[in-house]
Write a protein that binds this ligand. Structure first.
Ligand SMILES: [Fe+2]
Length: 244
């Protein structure tokens, strides 16, 4: 059966997907949000050390979310508004709501940490429910970004331009924040996404940055995931030994 040029074009398009700057970091956010919500839910309010650890974890998540939306405002929304004025309005308003929600959740976490043991059970349950609502809202919000915003970016920018915007965003992130992102980004991608992400880091960043990101992610990968990644990157499966 003869293959038409239209079919070939369709196959070529399927084999070369457009550059997607949202999905990877949003998988990291979904993982960090879900993990933290579950940690608050199972926390023992009578265990001082666990309460302190959980409060710290919630504050780390909130810091991560605040930094993420600031990066989106500065780089992604700016790019959308430059070529499709008004297209990021809805999501920009949601970001303003998220900033207020983040502040409220940080206050609730601090209140739980400082509460008397008698009050802590009620404070923990209140924090758990409020964090669940924040996570629910963010899951819907990220879906809109990945679909509606992604479509606007693809319609108005070439892949080379999108890569340049994303590179500028990544270059603006301080090293300590980058390691916190790597901890949630690398483990919760699928193997192909993980390989592309690390190959990109290896091509663009100094070797010590690549090594630090791999070392941060490694404890959170399964043996099978690490074997696939090491093979794809052409590095030794046992870290610190001979590199292939
Ligand atoms: Fe967002």
């Amino acid at each position: 059966m003869k293959i038409t040029s239209q079919e070939l074009a369709r196959v070529a398009a399927a084999e070369a997907p457009r550059f997607d700057m949202y999905t990877g970091i949003h998988k990291a956010l979904r993982a960090f949000m879900a993990d933290t919500l579950l940690a608050v839910g199972r926390m023992d309010p009578a265990d001082d050390a666990e309460v302190a650890r959980t409060e710290e974890r919630v504050l780390q998540l909130l810091g991560f979310c605040g930094a993420h939306l600031a990066h989106e405002n500065a780089f992604v929304h700016a790019a959308i508004e430059a070529r499709a004025p008004g297209a990021s309005d809805r999501i920009a308003h949601e970001h303003e709501d998220h900033v207020r929600h983040i502040e409220r959740l940080a206050q609730m976490a601090a209140r739980m940490g400082a509460a008397s043991p008698a009050r802590r059970h009620a404070d923990a349950l209140e924090l758990y429910r409020e964090l669940a609502l924040f996570v629910a809202g963010n899951f819907e919000h990220m879906h809109v970004e990945e679909t509606a915003h992604g479509a606007v970016l693809w319609a108005r920018y070439t892949d080379a331009e999108l890569v340049a915007i994303h590179d500028a965003l990544v270059a603006s992130i301080p090293p300590q924040e980058m390691m916190a992102i790597a901890r949630w980004l690398v483990p919760f991608m699928n193997p192909l996404e993980r390989f592309h992400m690390l190959a990109d880091v290896r091509a663009k960043a100094p070797p010590e940055v690549f090594d630090a990101i791999v070392d941060t992610a490694l404890p959170h990968l399964t043996a099978a995931e690490w074997t696939k990644l090491a093979r794809a990157l052409g590095i030794a499966p046992v870290r610190g030994l001979v590199e292939a």
